[in-house]
Design a protein around this ligand. Structure first.
Ligand SMILES: [Fe+2]
Ligand SMILES: [Fe+2]
Length: 167
């Protein structure tokens, strides 16, 4: 693929991905405000943006097999928890941005765990094995992620067990 088309598709993938995420979150807001049909519209269009994002990613040849995708996941999570978020945390501290500090801390804590989970998964996949069957729980407040049962209390944000969503 020619360089300019590649850069354009990468930009389009980023934009569609953000639109997907924003519309999904806007749908939750519409539900909270008592507009279920507006929520439906946000969810449908969010899905269409996801289709566009997936098509761009496919054209970019950026979808590998699961072992390669785990490697991509490890690289992304590692960058976030060793460089990106520590640097963002330092800037937010310097600028005394309390809200940003909190959302950065929540993300930083989870990304370390995500990297470790992907590494464990990768060593299994390299031997042709799937994960042993176990649910994964994610805190809906801070994103703390745990394999197996949800804890009584989130160790990162302190919320109770019912804040966890099961996957
Ligand atoms: Fe992560
Ligand atoms: Fe939490």
């Amino acid at each position: 693929m020619r360089a300019m088309t590649k850069a354009n598709l990468e930009a389009a993938f980023a934009g569609e991905s953000q639109a997907h995420m924003k519309y999904t979150i806007f749908a939750e807001q519409a539900d909270k405000e008592g507009f279920p049909e507006i929520a439906r519209l946000f969810r449908a269009i969010a899905y269409a943006e996801r289709v566009h994002a997936a098509n761009h990613l496919r054209q970019l040849a950026a979808i590998g097999d699961t072992a390669a995708n785990l490697e991509t996941g490890i690289a992304g999570e590692s960058f976030e928890n060793t460089e990106m978020y520590p640097a963002y945390d330092a800037v937010a501290r310097l600028q005394d941005e309390k809200g940003a500090l909190l959302s950065i801390r929540y993300a930083l804590e989870a990304e370390k765990i995500h990297e470790a989970m992907y590494r464990d998964a990768q060593s299994l996949v390299k031997n042709g094995q799937d994960r042993p069957s176990a649910s994964v729980h994610v805190c809906s407040v801070c994103g703390y992620t745990v394999i197996g049962q949800a804890p009584d209390k989130c160790p990162v944000c302190g919320r109770q067990r019912d804040a966890f969503r099961e996957f």
